[in-house]
Design a protein around this ligand. Structure first.
Ligand code: G3I
Length: 341
């Protein structure tokens, strides 16, 4: 705990955050979290399956625990996510008898109204519990409105999800409009996606954001998940951030992690030291790119605190702290590259 703090090292550039679940708010993990991070994203607690398990039931226990923790410790909260094709209960897309919604006008109206109710109820809940957005007691500064709606393999660049099947492309603009009405102007509304550093994903993502802005849709920010692995080109990340720098939007790195695996054939319990060092230099290089774009970055979030709590397969070791909460070369890559090895 005598380590230099990540949030202090980057304070003049952008807030650095981490994805959290209940374990990160307790004990030694909490100590590390609070020393190093200025912002948190609930990794699962605000998703539709967690907050809205059936049409008549909203559950905010997990989300409130995390927001309470943020309030108590003066952390910013980046909300995640209002609309996704995963972790969304089947009832959204079904009639009461279990049959699927169709593309009839009535079914489209029903799904739009369910989406609006979902977004409005979340926004109202956090306003009622924590006070007006933008005021001192309410730590929520941003929200991912739609997550992973781009598919570069479709001619229109849009994912064929249940949202798309019933509503077509219009649900994206509707989600942002509902969110602006529900949250007001003081929560920055983000679109979020993965692999945005690749040119073939960048192009449809950029086209979608430009088209939404041209229609007056209230998109405030563009999120880049940055689930990467060592060896991936950081100049691609630079190119993507530059492309969006040209638009009137904020940007955010929303889910950064760097796997030490370079291929699916590799497998280990703990990465070889050479890989951990290589990962340290990779993090250094990523943050050097992010620094160039600091003026457009709302925040930079690591997708987890320590390697025992990653969504990636065992051995990936993608984060800044190992499972014992010891700082890795990756930590030094972010804070002081002269100490990577
Ligand atoms: O809630 C159950 C719990 O009751 C049970 O004991 C436990 C046993 O495995 O499973 C729990 O659910 C898991 C949940 O995480 C909470 O830990 C799910 O099985 C698991 O699938 C779920 O994974 C999450 C994943 O999204 C689901 O798609 C990861 O934690 C979360 O980090 C990950 O995050 C996503 C972002 O939202 C969007 N971008 C990609 C990113 C990585 O997949």
């Amino acid at each position: 705990l005598t380590l230099p703090a990540i949030k202090t090292a980057w304070a003049s550039s952008f807030p650095v955050g981490a994805a959290v679940e209940a374990p990160e708010t307790l004990g030694a993990r909490s100590d590390v979290l609070l020393r190093h991070f200025a912002q948190i994203t609930p990794g699962n607690a605000m998703k539709p399956d967690a907050t809205h398990p059936s049409e008549a039931t909203f559950t905010f226990t997990g989300a409130d625990q995390i927001v309470d923790y943020a309030v108590a410790h003066h952390l910013r909260v980046y909300g995640h996510t209002l609309l996704w094709h995963q972790q969304t209960p089947a009832w959204f897309f079904q009639h009461a008898d279990g049959s699927s919604l169709t593309t009839s006008t009535d079914d489209q109206a029903l799904l739009r109204s369910r989406l609006q109710t979902h977004i409005q109820t979340l926004a109202d809940h956090f306003r009622t519990t924590y006070g007006e957005y933008g005021a001192a007691g309410n730590p929520i500064v941003a929200f991912d409105v739609v997550n992973e709606v781009v598919d570069e393999n479709q001619s229109d660049g849009l994912r064929r999800s249940e949202w798309y099947r019933v509503l077509g492309p219009s649900y994206i603009a509707d989600a942002f409009r509902y969110a602006r009405t529900a949250f007001g102007p003081n929560v920055k509304l983000f679109i979020n996606d993965y692999n945005t550093e690749y040119a073939n994903k960048r192009a449809p993502y950029l086209a979608l954001v430009k088209s939404l802005l041209a229609q007056g849709v209230p998109v405030d920010g563009v999120g880049h998940q940055l689930h990467v692995e060592i060896g991936r080109s950081v100049s691609d990340i630079d190119a993507t951030l530059s492309a969006f720098d040209a638009l009137p939007v904020r940007q955010a790195v929303t889910e950064l992690d760097v796997s030490t695996y370079k291929s699916s054939g590799e497998s280990w319990t703990t990465p070889p030291t050479t890989r951990l060092v290589e990962q340290g230099y990779y993090y250094r290089d990523v943050f050097a790119v992010l620094k160039k774009h600091a003026s457009s970055l709302e925040s930079v979030t690591l997708w987890g605190l320590d390697d025992s709590r990653t969504w990636l397969r065992s051995g990936a070791a993608p984060l800044l702290f190992d499972g014992t909460l010891a700082a890795k070369p990756a930590f030094w890559g972010v804070v002081d590259p002269s100490r990577i090895e």
